[in-house]
Design a protein around this ligand. Structure first.
Ligand SMILES: Cc1cc2nc3c(=O)[nH]c(=O)nc-3n(C[C@H](O)[C@H](O)[C@H](O)COP(=O)(O)OP(=O)(O)OC[C@H]3O[C@@H](n4cnc5c(N)ncnc54)[C@H](O)[C@@H]3O)c2cc1C
Length: 403
């Protein structure tokens, strides 16, 4: 653990540290620098600016008794009365880990909704979850998660779970690092596999170096051990128990209101465009995936428009994302998202192994490619060997004929 200290004997009250502090965390009082530990982020700017080396940041070894930490928590977002369904994939994985580590699984709902107890008991009994905690406050939001992270971190510090798992959604990706910082532990983001080893520690496995290497990360000296996992990496598995066995605990939030947005020094702009919460690729039931075969940005836009008219969510290959035609959040595959839609249709996608990894569990795969040797045909349920633009014209005519 790091801490910062001012050596009062050396300090000359020159104000240099005050000038460089971006967080207003230092004042000179009676000729000596005084640090506000609530505001200080340990960024070290003052240490560098001090002409007499009066400010130091030092490390102290944090000794914690790991045997006090028990249980696996799965954080699930619960906003506006809706549970994030992909959370049950993580719950199912947690059940598997719990069998190996002999721990209990707790689902921790975080959001702005008071839990509907009967409904939640029924849902969680299907997944074998006996303990459900609800951490909620009407002011919690999906995009600005400081408040939720404050409350959740305090609960973690009190209850001491051994493992905490987050879903890699917009909310989870924002919340998890804030919680990790507050409870002073590590976090492995975007894991593709989780295991328990012989020391009963969580192994956090994820691709690194652009997907070329699989790294296995163990956190043996700090707790909780934390990881996030993208939706659709794990499979949902039901494990029914009696409804009466499920206990819902409402975690009281003492503060009556949160004003973290107002407290922020500068809000640049939060633009809630129509598509910010548009169905993400990993949650879509119908995905049209666009590959380099479309030939240009114009070709991409034409197929993307066609997809939207058909109610499909647009995904892309890495080649297309590298060209700048699509956003990285749309990339499917080893270094993108993993999807399991009811229907996946590819337009000019070759089917490289790095791409197939992310789509192979789709329920029905339709591939359109003008080269009959394209590897995607090996896993497709329906293979259309043709020019993709001609196929689209035929599909348009077909849907017109149906109207
Ligand atoms: C470490 C690593 C990680 C990677 N991660 C990912 C990943 O997450 N996701 C991913 O997608 N890729 C990933 N890749 C890249 C991957 O290997 C392929 O290069 C990429 O998927 C190819 O994209 P594509 O199919 O769009 O393009 P191409 O391979 O160029 O295929 C284009 C296809 O379009 C067809 N075509 C051309 N014109 C037409 C037409 N008019 N009508 C019909 N068909 C046509 C062609 O026959 C061809 O098969 C990764 C690579 C590496 C090395």
């Amino acid at each position: 653990m790091s801490y910062i200290e001012v050596n009062k004997t050396k300090c000359i009250g020159c104000n240099k540290c005050v000038e460089v502090c971006n967080y207003d965390a230092i004042k000179v009082v009676n000729g000596k620098a005084v640090i506000d530990y609530n505001l200080c982020t340990l960024c070290g700017a003052c240490v560098k600016a001090c002409p007499v080396d009066a400010i130091v940041i030092a490390q102290v070894e944090k000794k914690i008794d790991l045997s006090n930490y028990k249980g696996i928590w799965v954080i699930i977002e619960y906003f506006d009365g809706e549970l994030k369904n992909t959370g049950f994939q993580l719950v199912s994985k947690a059940n598997e880990l719990a069998r190996a580590s002999k721990d209990a699984v707790t689902a921790v709902l975080v959001g702005n909704t008071e839990p509907a107890e009967d409904e939640l008991k029924k849902i969680f009994s299907e997944y074998g979850v006996r303990n459900v905690k609800a951490v909620y406050h009407k002011d919690f939001t999906r995009l600005i998660t400081e408040d939720a992270s404050e409350v959740l971190s305090a609960q973690i510090a009190q209850d001491k779970p051994k493992i905490v798992l987050f879903l890699g959604t917009i909310f989870g990706r924002t919340l998890a690092p804030q919680v990790a910082t507050r409870v002073q532990t590590g976090l492995t983001a975007d894991c593709t596999e989780l295991e328990i080893n012989e020391r009963n520690n969580l192994l956090q496995i994820r691709p690194t170096y652009g997907g070329k290497v699989l790294a296995t990360i163990e956190t043996p000296y700090s707790c909780p051990q934390m990881a996030s996992v993208r939706p659709n990496v794990f499979v949902e598995e039901k494990m029914p128990i009696m409804i009466e066995e499920v206990k819902i605990e409402k975690v009281p939030v003492k503060k009556r209101s949160f004003i973290s947005v107002k407290n922020l020094k500068k809000v640049l702009m939060i633009e809630e465009s129509d598509d910010i919460f548009e169905t993400p690729v990993e949650e879509a039931k119908v995905v049209y995936c666009i590959g380099l075969g479309v030939g240009s940005k114009e070709g991409f836009d034409a197929v993307a428009n066609f997809a939207r008219q058909n109610g499909a969510v647009v995904a892309a290959t890495r080649g297309v994302v590298d060209e700048g035609w699509a956003d990285i959040s749309q990339q499917v595959g080893q270094t993108g998202v993993t999807i399991r839609p009811e229907l996946y249709v590819s337009f000019g996608v070759s089917g490289a192994i790095h791409h197939i990894i992310g789509i192979k569990n789709s329920r029905k795969i339709v591939a359109i490619n003008k080269d009959f040797r394209a590897p995607i045909f090996k896993i497709a349920d329906y293979c259309i060997v043709a020019d993709l633009f001609e196929v689209i014209e035929k599909m348009k005519n077909y849907s017109l004929a149906l109207q």
